[in-house]
Design a protein. Structure first.
Length: 343
């Protein structure tokens, strides 16, 4: 018969055994000899993000990692395009063994891996939303009277690796000595449909009005294909190209329409352990009827969190038209400082 005392001793022993058994954790060995234990959350092109019990989420440069051992199964993306779900074990010779539910697969080393992420849930992905609104301005009174205002917003709704909708709008307005010197409006929308984990087709439209550049309304309609190199909170990078149709109605000059091709780049990256967000977006459009029908628009900037959801931003915008209307410049440079809200 088991007495109460014996039962208590057995329970205490089980508790102590649990305390001293090794915890289930991933291990990362660094080139300086240190070892980090925790849970590998993500690896991208240049960093490894690990959840630790002692420091929360930490970021390790990928170049500093010499060996990697994971206990938690992860989605492992390889340089040759394959995706494996399993655990990783570094070997003494620098090679790796990926253990999947069905096999053990040998890899040449850490350089064979392009990304490590969580294994996607088998349930159909739901729509997720992210975006930002930014406003900025300048007001001077006295010897110089200047009134500047700018605002922009960008909204992305997506079902991961299935569909994505991107909407954007901006306005820039300036007055100098009570005289309007700039008034520009832009709006765009794009729909992406993924037919592969990284390849997608897209259809989009953009609209611009800027009467100081003699543009009453410029409409560009485009369709093509793109490739999503990375799509995580730490790094998003995509490149696309396709065909376009441009219709420009000028205030003074003769209206112009032409078919062409377009290209685009979207690059967003978290820097300094997420303390700075960098972005660069580039759109180009080339007419097929004439070499001088070239349009390029690019936005480059950084955002720095200042409070929950609130960010301070600095941005440089470039507009270039190889063949601008008469009495207008081919290049516009705009520097913007603002405060925004991200979600």
């Amino acid at each position: 018969m088991i007495t109460l005392a014996r039962f208590g001793r057995a329970l205490l022993g089980a508790a102590l055994l649990t305390l001293f058994l090794p915890a289930r954790a991933d291990r990362i060995q660094l080139d300086n000899g240190d070892q980090v234990t925790g849970t590998v959350l993500e690896q991208n092109i240049d960093q490894l993000i690990v959840e630790t019990a002692w420091g929360g989420k930490i970021t390790i440069k990928r170049s500093e990692v010499t060996r990697l051992f994971t206990e938690t199964p992860r989605r492992i993306e390889l340089q040759d395009g394959r995706s494996l779900d399993g655990t990783l074990q570094s070997q003494a010779d620098g090679s790796l063994i990926v253990t999947t539910p069905d096999a053990r697969i040998a890899l040449a080393g850490l350089a064979a891996i392009t990304a490590i992420t969580a294994i996607p849930d088998s349930t159909p992905p739901a729509w997720t939303w992210r975006g930002n609104v930014t406003v900025g301005g300048e007001l001077k009174a006295g010897n110089t009277q200047t009134d500047k205002f700018n605002a922009s917003t960008r909204l992305v709704a997506e079902k991961k690796e299935q569909q994505r909708v991107t909407l954007a709008a901006s306005l820039n307005r300036e007055l100098n000595a009570n005289q309007l010197t700039k008034e520009q409006y832009r709006a765009s929308g794009k729909y992406d449909r993924f037919f592969h984990k990284r390849w997608y087709g897209y259809a989009g439209a953009s609209f611009e009005q800027d009467k100081f550049k003699d543009i009453d309304l410029r409409s560009i309609f485009s369709a093509g294909s793109g490739y999503q190199f990375f799509d995580t909170d730490a790094l998003r990078l995509s490149l696309e190209a396709g065909l376009s149709y441009t219709d420009t109605r000028f205030v003074v000059d003769e209206d112009d329409t032409y078919a062409g091709f377009n290209w685009g780049l979207n690059w967003e990256q978290q820097l300094l352990d997420g303390r700075v967000s960098f972005f660069h977006r580039h759109q180009g459009n080339q007419g097929l009827d004439a070499a001088d029908n070239t349009l390029i628009n690019a936005q480059t900037g950084v955002r720095v969190p200042v409070a929950k959801g609130l960010t301070a931003s600095a941005e440089y915008d470039l507009d270039w038209n190889r063949s601008p209307p008469d009495n207008t410049n081919s290049t516009d440079h705009t520097w913007l400082l603002g405060i925004g809200y991200d979600w």
